[in-house]
Design a protein around this ligand. Sequence first.
Ligand code: 6PG
Length: 265
Amino acid sequence: MTLPPGARLTAAGETVVVAGSTVALARRAAAFLDDRIATAVTRDGQAVLALSGGITPEMTYRCLAGYRPDAASLALLQVDERLVAAGDPRSNGAMIRRAWGGRPPLLPMIPDVRGDAHTSSENPLPPAGRLAAAYAHTLDRVAPARSLGVPVVHLCILGLGMDGHTASLFPGSPALAERCRWVVPVDGPTTPAGGSPEVARLTLTLPVLDAARCLVFLVQGEAKAGVVRQVLQGNGCRLPVARLARRTRRAVWFLDTAAAAGLSL
Ligand code: 6PG
């Protein structure tokens, strides 16, 4: 994998870029993603991205959207989504649409049915199992390449919770053992420790994350410094993120100095 400028390797072989601020993190991550998108489009005619939600990635997505006015060759999928209406402020899809300005249109895990005559804010969302199965079909259609029968996205942008979760794979979740389905409904975090809303979700499963050509982690803030050290150089082996088998060869960690505090690089 071509390393981004300024990348350093941890003792365990993890690729890490430490940026001096959250803005620098977003710009450097966006520049790396833009370069990898260009490579994918040249080779495959398109770049398939899977985007996490939360707070951290929004600035990177805004930077990247600015690089990519020709959004026609991009396919934007979601890594995970909270089971809330599309207009709910907790919606990951709402954040992604806001950051990208709707170009290209997001392929959402939860359809935006606002204004649909047959639904209203009182109507419940479709059953989570039906949404998960529908998104697996979307993944099958949009990401034609396969690795051991699993759809391959070019770039998977992930965050890291303080409890070591990534995507919506939380500690103790049965979804961590899922090896067949590509998208599953999950309960939300049981404690605020993860730093993520305690609401049920849909999430891509480990086989799909592991099949990605490149995993890009975006982690910022001093609150994450402890879990970052655990994962990158300590005893983080029991954390959900540590279940990603191919991290060392296929992942790049973009950290700000606060999240990288105490790392030996
Ligand atoms: C979610 C996110 C989640 C996120 C981490 C880190 O739906 O909650 O996808 O997995 O990536 O919680 O979030 P921050 O980067 O905002 O801290």
